[in-house]
Design a binder for this molecule. Structure first.
Ligand code: ADP
Length: 457
């Protein structure tokens, strides 16, 4: 049993980890930046320690500072949440060498899956389908492959993440220029410039499979999440099960996820991501070796606490359930509420929460670190709340979400709720027949409407 768990993160996920630790009877200590002194997780953890100034590079990403804080506070395990140090191999190696249990996969697991082109090659070697392309970082050969598979193609950063470091290329003429731009962006964002190439799929769905691997080699997979509602390749709404996936495809996706995790000896919570083309053919795109933002929808439909399971696995415990116990019931949908102004090109809207009324009632879960009087700092990402609804059917989950939007009041800042209200009334969203392109097209048509109105007046 761990004595004390150090939380190396902030915001809603820090709070989520504290909640699971409390339920497991574990003491918590949070490392916080100067900008987060007044945040809810800092108030709710058993102990707190400042790890540096506001910029993440000086605090949440500062490995010597985080490791010292763990040592000083005597924690014997660290939960990294998502983002920040959650997939940082040097950090995990230092933890492993310092006898601090990293609540996540091994450094070796991350090494196998962290580099996206290498992960693709690994998946391919296990006969898991991948999108046709070229996995080596060689411009000339990549161009030759692009000509062979046909345009459009997509150039991706091997170290990429969070929807960044990707460029669609429509013609041969653009290829050189976009390759260079992508290389520069990748170097600036991820410190590594290696690229690879894929056929660009026109209207795919993004479907992913959550899994848990324990230290005894058992792998359990969970029925899919659909994360196709995206803006700039970033997920905004996720649901489980997918309204698009039938039993046959579900079995295939879960089978591929199981196989890949088993082959690499994966030991923690993780997610295997696929794109499914308009003909229903699935392709592996990457693995995320961490707990993800959208994990609650799976927790709700399966009734299994993934965070607790992840902690128990890293303690070496046996999980209290088997694959046969994983059944899904009903439908859950999550909306990522951001402090952004959707009517002004999603401009960040940090500031003081003057008024806060949270929704409730049957089938509503709210994961948030904000409270009335709290000031959202401008240094970090803009996720302020995850609104999750559950229903016996998708229609019921949608109705409950609509009710939750109406009940919610967040005063003092702008949020993305007005956009979600429109999405939840749109026939395409309601029908479940959307691809990863749908939201971008919808936003374009909305802004065209606004311009036409402005021209009339
Ligand atoms: P990241 O690691 O940054 O999250 P992913 O490789 O997981 O990037 O892709 C994120 C999103 O980008 C996908 O869900 C999809 O919308 C889009 N995308 C990625 N690869 C392709 C592709 N080959 N064709 C079309 N869209 C793609």
């Amino acid at each position: 049993m761990f004595r004390k768990v150090f939380i190396a993160n902030r915001g809603e996920i820090a709070l989520r980890v504290i909640r699971s630790c409390k339920e497991l009877g574990l003491n918590t200590v949070i490392g916080f930046s100067e900008a987060d002194r007044d945040s809810l997780p800092v108030k709710l953890a058993d102990e707190k320690i400042c790890i540096g100034p506001a910029p993440a590079s000086a605090s949440y990403l500062n490995i010597p500072s985080v490791i010292s804080a763990i040592e000083i506070t005597g924690a014997d395990a660290v939960h990294p949440g998502y983002g920040f140090l959650s997939e940082n191999i040097p950090f995990v190696e230092i933890c492993e060498a310092s006898r601090i249990v990293f609540i996540g996969p091994s450094a070796e697991n991350i090494r196998m899956m962290g580099d996206k082109s290498f992960a693709k090659k690994t998946a391919k070697s296990y006969k898991i389908p991948v999108i046709p392309g070229y996995e080596e970082n060689v411009l000339k050969a990549a161009l030759a492959h692009a000509k062979k598979i046909g345009f459009p193609v997509i150039i991706k950063a091997s170290a990429g993440g969070g929807g960044r470091g990707m460029r669609r290329v429509n013609t041969i003429d653009e290829f050189h220029k976009l390759w260079t731009t992508c290389q520069e962006e990748a170097k600036a964002s991820f410190g590594e410039s290696a690229l690879y190439l894929e056929k660009f799929l026109e209207r795919p769905r993004h479907i992913e499979v959550q899994l848990l691997g324990d230290k005894r080699g058992n792998i359990m997979v969970f029925p899919e999440r659909d994360c196709s509602i995206q803006r700039r390749h970033q997920k905004l709404i996720e649901e489980s099960p997918s309204p698009f996936v039938g039993e046959k495809l579900r079995r295939r996706l879960c089978g591929y996820a199981y196989k890949l995790a088993k082959k690499i000896g994966y030991r923690s919570a993780g997610t295997i991501e696929f794109l499914v083309d308009s003909d229903g053919r699935p392709y592996f795109i990457e693995m995320n070796t961490r707990i993800q933002v959208e994990h609650p929808v799976t927790e709700i439909v399966s009734g299994i606490d993934l965070l607790k399971s992840q902690i128990l696995i890293s303690q070496g415990d046996r999980l209290g359930f088997t694959q046969k116990d994983i059944k899904i019931k009903g439908c859950a949908i999550e909306c990522r509420i951001n402090a952004e102004d959707p009517s002004r090109n999603f401009m960040p809207s940090p500031g003081r929460i003057e008024k806060l009324v949270l929704p409730g009632g049957p089938g509503i879960r709210v994961d948030t670190h904000i409270y009335e009087g709290y000031t959202i700092p401008s240094y970090y990402d803009s996720l302020i709340m995850k609104l999750i609804s559950y229903g016996r059917t998708r229609a019921e989950a949608v109705e409950r979400m609509q009710r939750a939007f109406d009940e919610t009041v967040i005063g003092g800042i702008k949020t993305t709720i007005p956009l979600y209200k429109k999405i939840f009334e749109h026939p395409i969203f309601l029908s479940g027949r959307y691809s990863v392109k749908w939201l971008e097209n919808f936003l374009e048509s909305e802004s065209a409407k606004v311009s036409a109105e402005a021209a009339k007046n």
